[in-house]
Design a protein around this ligand. Structure first.
Ligand SMILES: Nc1ncnc2c1ncn2[C@@H]1O[C@H](COP(=O)(O)OP(=O)(O)OP(=O)(O)O)[C@@H](O)[C@H]1O
Ligand SMILES: [Mg+2]
Length: 142
Protein backbone atom coordinates (compact mmCIF):
# COMPACT_ATOMS: atom_id res chain seq x y z
CA UNK A 1 0.00 0.00 0.00
CA UNK A 2 1.40 3.44 -0.88
CA UNK A 3 2.29 5.69 2.02
CA UNK A 4 -0.32 8.48 2.03
CA UNK A 5 1.29 11.84 1.30
CA UNK A 6 1.07 14.29 4.16
CA UNK A 7 -0.13 17.80 3.47
CA UNK A 8 1.62 20.73 5.08
CA UNK A 9 -0.43 23.93 5.39
CA UNK A 10 1.82 26.90 4.58
CA UNK A 11 -0.73 29.71 4.96
CA UNK A 12 -4.42 29.83 5.84
CA UNK A 13 -6.95 32.63 5.55
CA UNK A 14 -10.67 32.54 6.41
CA UNK A 15 -13.40 34.50 4.62
CA UNK A 16 -16.97 34.95 5.82
CA UNK A 17 -19.51 34.21 3.09
CA UNK A 18 -22.53 36.29 4.01
CA UNK A 19 -23.47 38.03 0.75
CA UNK A 20 -22.76 38.03 -2.97
CA UNK A 21 -19.94 40.55 -2.82
CA UNK A 22 -18.00 38.16 -0.55
CA UNK A 23 -17.97 35.58 -3.34
CA UNK A 24 -16.36 38.10 -5.71
CA UNK A 25 -13.80 39.09 -3.07
CA UNK A 26 -12.97 35.45 -2.39
CA UNK A 27 -12.44 34.52 -6.04
CA UNK A 28 -10.24 37.60 -6.48
CA UNK A 29 -8.05 36.52 -3.55
CA UNK A 30 -7.86 32.98 -4.89
CA UNK A 31 -6.71 34.21 -8.30
CA UNK A 32 -4.11 36.47 -6.73
CA UNK A 33 -2.75 33.70 -4.51
CA UNK A 34 -2.78 31.15 -7.34
CA UNK A 35 -0.99 33.54 -9.68
CA UNK A 36 1.69 34.24 -7.04
CA UNK A 37 2.23 30.50 -6.72
CA UNK A 38 2.73 30.15 -10.48
CA UNK A 39 -0.54 28.42 -11.31
CA UNK A 40 -1.46 28.57 -15.00
CA UNK A 41 -4.18 30.98 -16.07
CA UNK A 42 -6.36 28.05 -17.11
CA UNK A 43 -6.04 26.38 -13.71
CA UNK A 44 -6.66 29.70 -11.94
CA UNK A 45 -9.88 29.99 -13.89
CA UNK A 46 -10.90 26.42 -13.10
CA UNK A 47 -10.23 26.91 -9.39
CA UNK A 48 -11.97 30.26 -9.10
CA UNK A 49 -14.98 28.99 -11.08
CA UNK A 50 -15.31 25.98 -8.76
CA UNK A 51 -14.89 28.26 -5.74
CA UNK A 52 -17.58 30.61 -7.02
CA UNK A 53 -20.05 27.72 -7.37
CA UNK A 54 -19.33 26.37 -3.89
CA UNK A 55 -19.48 29.79 -2.24
CA UNK A 56 -22.76 30.50 -4.04
CA UNK A 57 -24.12 27.20 -2.76
CA UNK A 58 -23.40 28.43 0.77
CA UNK A 59 -25.54 31.52 0.15
CA UNK A 60 -28.30 29.82 -1.85
CA UNK A 61 -28.66 26.57 0.09
CA UNK A 62 -26.84 27.01 3.38
CA UNK A 63 -27.71 30.62 4.23
CA UNK A 64 -24.26 31.73 5.29
CA UNK A 65 -20.91 30.19 6.05
CA UNK A 66 -17.21 30.56 5.49
CA UNK A 67 -14.43 29.72 3.08
CA UNK A 68 -10.86 28.91 4.04
CA UNK A 69 -8.04 29.52 1.56
CA UNK A 70 -4.91 27.48 2.20
CA UNK A 71 -1.58 27.25 0.44
CA UNK A 72 -0.35 23.72 0.87
CA UNK A 73 2.66 21.56 0.14
CA UNK A 74 2.90 17.83 -0.29
CA UNK A 75 6.35 16.43 -1.02
CA UNK A 76 7.58 18.57 -3.91
CA UNK A 77 4.15 19.84 -4.97
CA UNK A 78 2.47 23.07 -3.93
CA UNK A 79 -1.19 23.89 -4.37
CA UNK A 80 -4.30 25.58 -3.06
CA UNK A 81 -6.88 23.93 -0.84
CA UNK A 82 -10.27 25.54 -0.29
CA UNK A 83 -12.75 24.56 2.41
CA UNK A 84 -16.36 25.73 2.26
CA UNK A 85 -18.55 25.18 5.29
CA UNK A 86 -21.97 26.15 6.47
CA UNK A 87 -24.37 25.22 9.24
CA UNK A 88 -27.36 25.10 6.92
CA UNK A 89 -29.86 22.25 6.38
CA UNK A 90 -27.30 19.80 4.98
CA UNK A 91 -27.82 17.43 2.03
CA UNK A 92 -30.00 14.35 2.54
CA UNK A 93 -28.84 12.51 -0.59
CA UNK A 94 -25.29 13.46 -1.56
CA UNK A 95 -25.15 11.01 -4.49
CA UNK A 96 -28.25 12.63 -6.00
CA UNK A 97 -26.96 16.18 -5.31
CA UNK A 98 -23.74 15.33 -7.18
CA UNK A 99 -25.65 14.32 -10.35
CA UNK A 100 -25.28 16.93 -13.13
CA UNK A 101 -28.68 18.59 -13.56
CA UNK A 102 -30.06 17.79 -10.10
CA UNK A 103 -31.30 20.83 -8.18
CA UNK A 104 -33.73 21.32 -5.34
CA UNK A 105 -33.93 24.99 -6.34
CA UNK A 106 -34.18 26.95 -9.57
CA UNK A 107 -30.52 26.44 -10.50
CA UNK A 108 -29.16 24.33 -13.35
CA UNK A 109 -27.85 21.78 -10.86
CA UNK A 110 -24.33 21.98 -12.25
CA UNK A 111 -22.48 23.60 -9.35
CA UNK A 112 -21.33 20.56 -7.38
CA UNK A 113 -20.64 18.28 -10.36
CA UNK A 114 -18.86 21.12 -12.17
CA UNK A 115 -16.70 21.96 -9.15
CA UNK A 116 -15.70 18.31 -8.86
CA UNK A 117 -14.62 18.21 -12.50
CA UNK A 118 -12.65 21.44 -12.24
CA UNK A 119 -10.68 20.48 -9.12
CA UNK A 120 -7.91 17.91 -8.69
CA UNK A 121 -9.56 16.64 -5.51
CA UNK A 122 -13.09 17.06 -4.19
CA UNK A 123 -14.57 15.95 -0.87
CA UNK A 124 -18.08 16.60 0.38
CA UNK A 125 -19.42 15.79 3.82
CA UNK A 126 -22.87 16.77 4.93
CA UNK A 127 -25.07 16.01 7.91
CA UNK A 128 -28.78 16.82 7.71
CA UNK A 129 -29.63 19.49 10.25
CA UNK A 130 -25.96 20.27 10.91
CA UNK A 131 -24.46 21.56 7.70
CA UNK A 132 -22.19 20.92 4.75
CA UNK A 133 -18.45 21.04 4.14
CA UNK A 134 -16.86 20.85 0.71
CA UNK A 135 -13.09 20.72 0.21
CA UNK A 136 -11.37 21.15 -3.13
CA UNK A 137 -7.71 21.15 -4.03
CA UNK A 138 -5.71 22.20 -7.06
CA UNK A 139 -1.99 21.59 -7.51
CA UNK A 140 0.31 24.00 -9.28
CA UNK A 141 1.68 22.57 -12.53
CA UNK A 142 0.21 19.11 -11.98
N1 LIG B 1 -24.21 24.01 0.95
C1 LIG B 1 -25.32 23.33 0.68
N2 LIG B 1 -26.26 23.12 1.65
C2 LIG B 1 -27.38 22.41 1.39
N3 LIG B 1 -27.67 21.86 0.19
C3 LIG B 1 -26.78 22.04 -0.80
C4 LIG B 1 -25.57 22.76 -0.62
N4 LIG B 1 -24.89 22.75 -1.79
C5 LIG B 1 -25.63 22.05 -2.64
N5 LIG B 1 -26.77 21.60 -2.07
C6 LIG B 1 -27.82 20.76 -2.69
O1 LIG B 1 -27.28 20.11 -3.81
C7 LIG B 1 -28.03 20.45 -4.98
C8 LIG B 1 -27.09 20.50 -6.18
O2 LIG B 1 -26.18 21.60 -6.02
P1 LIG B 1 -25.60 22.29 -7.32
O3 LIG B 1 -24.69 23.39 -6.92
O4 LIG B 1 -25.05 21.22 -8.20
O5 LIG B 1 -26.90 22.86 -8.06
P2 LIG B 1 -27.77 24.14 -7.73
O6 LIG B 1 -27.07 24.99 -6.71
O7 LIG B 1 -29.16 23.71 -7.38
O8 LIG B 1 -27.79 24.89 -9.12
P3 LIG B 1 -26.57 25.67 -9.82
O9 LIG B 1 -25.38 25.54 -8.93
O10 LIG B 1 -26.34 25.01 -11.13
O11 LIG B 1 -27.04 27.07 -9.92
C9 LIG B 1 -28.72 21.75 -4.64
O12 LIG B 1 -29.89 21.97 -5.43
C10 LIG B 1 -29.03 21.56 -3.17
O13 LIG B 1 -30.17 20.77 -2.99
MG1 LIG C 1 -25.09 25.53 -6.96
Amino acid sequence: MPIPATIEVLTSETFAILEGSHVIQLTGQIRQQASQMGMSLLDQTKLSTAASELARNILVHGGEGKAQLECIRSNSKIGIRLLFSDRGPGIANVEQAMQPGFSTGIGMGLGLSGAKQLADEFHLTSVVGEGTTVTILKWVND
